[in-house]
Design a protein around this ligand. Structure first.
Ligand SMILES: [Zn+2]
Length: 487
């Protein structure tokens, strides 16, 4: 999970996106499918990574996963000077691997950015052991099978395969396997940029932590490429009161005050918004959909948008989060004894802010909505520091979709999922792309993983990936890495 994002998108971007993505299929590409040996190795790497616990808990170690991959690269003959294991904490080491260009070149490398950490998973919540790699009914089960050890493994396998084949790229290809994207104090992407920029500097970043192919009952509907992100922000809402003996209740109860405010939030919706990325996304989706949903999508694209159609589509949580800033209460803490009036009641409100608004702007809007001068609304940073005000910084300007990336991405996607349009999207969550974007390096989020829309289990229980999806992503990254680094 992460933070910050966004902003306005230039009209030129809208034009280039619109004209670029309405292009027909780029011919027919025949993909060199992975051999049985390549697949066996890729499965073995996937299994190994799933079974190494990389949660930010006392049992977890990103270093263990990174070191296991380091060994594979060294055993495969990567020179030691091109395989770096490094980080600010013994349990949070990152791995950066470089497949060098055939000859020195002025062209900057392509960086594949992959986080190695996963969200905690409890055996008691799952039907299988989340840290065992289980193949069942055409799926791989395990924590990280969707987010994102699938892509970690596919890219490690791809780099090993390219090396084994003696492939000489025209420019350097770099793979960074990093710590603490999901949480924790040692975000590897930010740390590498800050302390070892030369290792991860690149023309652009491909981040498989987002994007991918959306399936509807097995039918590929659209291939999403992340072009912008919402801003992540937490707020601490607090009601305080002198309290007293619970045998003498008073109307100004801190818990009642807080819950009244949260009920206002539950009934509230931030205004509908659209930017060039979400507009292109819904334009592409409207072409794929049929029936009432398609009509509603056309209606929200009109000027002015049909707000009744917006309301109907908002019933789908993923559409709703693409339409507006969202804020939701996620934690509650109140009272100090069963027989005392509460002196403090506190909630965490988590917001995903639409590009163009700052966390401070949303903090003030929340305070206005609660309209209770006795409540405080404070900002909580990623590091957990509580402050009276929030950052004023707005999100990044989405990078233009450069043909050098989108042409091969579209062509290879078409070869694997024929007829599926590629569209830029706004990520509702957040990823490590934000650090590179802030450092001036364009980022494109694409996992090459095909998932049913209603089978997103990232961070949830019984996380799983269709076996076939894994093989396709393997073929995708092999072809894509070559296309990005061919002369
Ligand atoms: Zn992730």
């Amino acid at each position: 999970m992460h933070r910050n994002v966004t902003i306005c998108i230039a009209a030129a971007f809208a034009l280039s996106v619109g004209s670029f993505f309405s292009l027909p299929v780029f011919g027919q590409t025949q993909l060199p499918a992975a051999s049985p040996q390549d697949r066996a190795l890729a499965r073995d790497i996937f299994k190994q990574l799933i079974e190494i616990n990389t949660t930010d808990t006392p049992r977890g170690s990103v270093t263990a996963g990174a070191a296991a991959m380091q060994k594979r690269f060294l055993d495969a003959g990567f020179p030691a000077e091109d395989v770096h294991l490094l980080g600010p904490d013994p349990r949070k080491q990152n791995l950066v691997v470089r497949l060098r260009a055939a000859a020195p070149t002025a062209e900057k490398p392509v960086l594949f950015l992959c986080h190695m950490d996963v969200v905690q998973a409890l055996r008691s919540d799952w039907s299988t052991d989340p840290f065992q790699f289980v193949e069942k009914d055409g799926y791989y089960y395990g924590r990280g099978t969707q987010d994102m050890k699938d892509s970690d493994a596919a890219l490690v396998a791809t780099f090993l395969r390219l090396r084994k084949e003696g492939y000489k790229p025209h420019r350097d290809l770099v793979l960074a396997l990093t710590a603490d994207e999901e949480g924790g104090k040692f975000n590897g992407a930010a740390w590498l940029l800050r302390t070892h920029r030369e290792l991860v500097d690149a023309a652009y970043v491909i981040n498989p932590d987002s994007g991918g192919v959306e399936l509807d009952h097995g039918r590929p509907v659209v291939a999403d490429v992340e072009a912008t992100e919402k801003v992540y922000a937490d707020y601490q809402v607090t009601a305080t009161n002198p309290g007293g003996h619970s045998s003498r209740p008073r109307p100004d109860n801190a818990i009642y005050e807080l819950t009244a405010a949260l009920n206002r939030l539950a009934a509230f919706s931030f205004p509908f918004e659209m930017n060039a990325v979400t507009r292109t996304y819904f334009e592409n989706l409207a072409r794929q959909e049929t029936g009432p949903a398609a009509n509603d999508m056309h209606a929200i694209l009109a000027t002015p948008p049909d707000l009744n159609a917006v309301a109907r589509l908002s019933a789908e949580p993923s559409f709703n989060s693409n339409f507006r800033t969202t804020c939701v209460a996620t934690r509650l803490n109140a009272g100090h004894a069963n027989n005392a009036l509460p002196q403090t009641a506190q909630a965490n409100v988590n917001c995903r802010i639409f590009p163009g608004h700052s966390p401070e702007e949303i903090r003030r809007q929340l305070a206005d909505l609660f309209a209770d001068p006795k409540l405080t609304v404070k900002y909580v940073s990623d590091a957990g520091v509580v402050a009276d005000t929030a950052p004023d910084r707005k999100a990044m300007v989405p990078p233009a979709p450069i043909p050098e990336v989108f042409e091969p991405l579209t062509r290879i996607t078409q070869a694997l999922w024929p007829g599926t349009p590629v569209t830029p999207v706004m990520e509702n969550g957040a990823s490590d792309s934000i650090y590179f974007a802030q450092a001036g390096i364009p980022c494109y989020g694409y996992s090459a993983i095909a998932l049913e829309r209603d089978d997103d289990r990232a961070h949830g229980q019984d996380e799983r990936l269709p076996v076939d999806s894994y093989w396709k992503s393997l073929d995708f990254f092999y072809a894509f890495a070559k296309e990005l680094s061919a002369k």
